[in-house]
Design a protein around this ligand. Structure first.
Ligand code: ZN
Length: 140
């Protein structure tokens, strides 16, 4: 799939709504091309209590519903067509869903391709695992 096509899918998914003036959703949409060639989309959600989730997380939840965890390509698009890189929380989220997602292609401004590993050179999870491994060594 061409990057422009995935961009268009994400842009068409943008569907901005306000929730009784206290929250909003859909101003950012994410489109994921899975390793199996399926497309999953998701919308962001921002509530007044500061809870919410990014479009990437919603798209991943949709992917999980279909039994998939491996991402081939991902893009997040704000209304108006601005491409957002995944936030720090999403970078770790994408990685922890499937560690092989470090090889996923993330589309940035200008449809520039980078790997998730470029955006997340050091994961929280790998340090956590190392701490646990070191802990076990200390207990020996
Ligand atoms: Zn995020």
């Amino acid at each position: 799939m061409e990057n422009k096509e995935l961009f268009e899918i994400a842009l068409k998914s943008v569907d901005h709504h306000y929730i009784e003036n206290y929250g909003e959703y859909g101003q950012v949409a994410c489109a994921i091309l899975s390793e199996k060639g399926n497309i999953y989309t998701g919308l962001c959600l921002d509530l007044s209590c500061s809870l919410g989730m990014c479009a990437e997380q919603a798209a991943i939840a949709e992917m999980l519903k279909h039994g998939e965890t491996k991402i081939k390509k991902l893009i997040a698009v704000h209304e108006g067509g601005i491409i957002y890189p995944p936030c720090g929380r999403c970078r770790e989220f994408i990685y922890e869903v499937n560690r092989e997602n470090l090889n996923a292609t993330i589309l940035l401004d200008g449809l520039k391709e980078v790997k998730l590993s470029d955006l997340l050179p050091s994961t929280w999870m790998e340090h956590r695992i190392k701490e646990e491994d070191d802990g076990e060594k200390y207990n020996d």
